[in-house]
Design a binder for this molecule. Structure first.
Ligand code: S3P
Length: 168
């Protein structure tokens, strides 16, 4: 197996699925948001507030380039906005097999309605923001993905089984 990459909207379960998959496949897991926070020694919210989204997006591209040099047989979950850049989609393909965890807006809203760590969803109408962003992003996630896994209403067990069946 090469690297297994998890993409999808905020709250679709990438981090949890990544951890559980890492346990099942006995391979280490890496999360691009966490790598960036470690390197920058501050949270994503701080990075957005101080240096803006553009700065953060450049750090995501840097992070992918580093992973291409270093990651082997790893599970990699990436930030929800990362596949929006064409360059990043190319890098993702180079990095490994890409799984898109596809979730409905309502599922995401239920999971993230009380979250304070996602700067893009801190406005006063997060459900509309989720729906709009999701509609805009879905085609890019599909374009970046080798496999699409619908997660609504499924248990982690089912999601992990589906991923494992498709890992090449
Ligand atoms: C973002 C998703 C977040 C994080 C940042 C921006 C996005 O990651 O990278 O808040 O643009 O969708 P998660 O998808 O892990 O929440």
């Amino acid at each position: 197996m090469g690297n297994v990459i998890l993409i999808g909207f905020m709250g679709c379960g990438k981090t949890t699925v990544g951890l559980r998959l890492s346990y099942r496949l006995r391979q280490p897991v890496i999360d691009t948001d966490k790598e960036i926070e470690k390197e920058e020694k501050r949270t994503i919210s701080d990075i957005f507030a101080t240096d803006g989204e553009g700065y953060f997006r450049d750090r995501e591209t840097d992070c992918l380039k580093k992973l291409i040099e270093s990651a082997n047989n790893q599970i990699i979950s990436v930030g929800g906005g990362l596949p929006m850049r064409e360059e990043n989609r190319k890098l993702l393909r180079e990095l490994g097999q890409v799984f898109y965890l596809r979730a409905k807006g309502e599922t995401i809203y239920e999971r993230l309605k009380d979250d304070t760590t996602r700067p893009l969803l801190q406005g006063n109408d997060p459900l509309t923001k989720i729906r709009t962003l999701l509609e805009e992003r879905d085609p890019y996630y599909r374009a970046a993905a080798d496999v699409v896994i619908t997660v609504d209403g499924k248990s982690f067990q089912q999601i992990l089984d589906e991923i494992e069946e498709n890992v090449t």
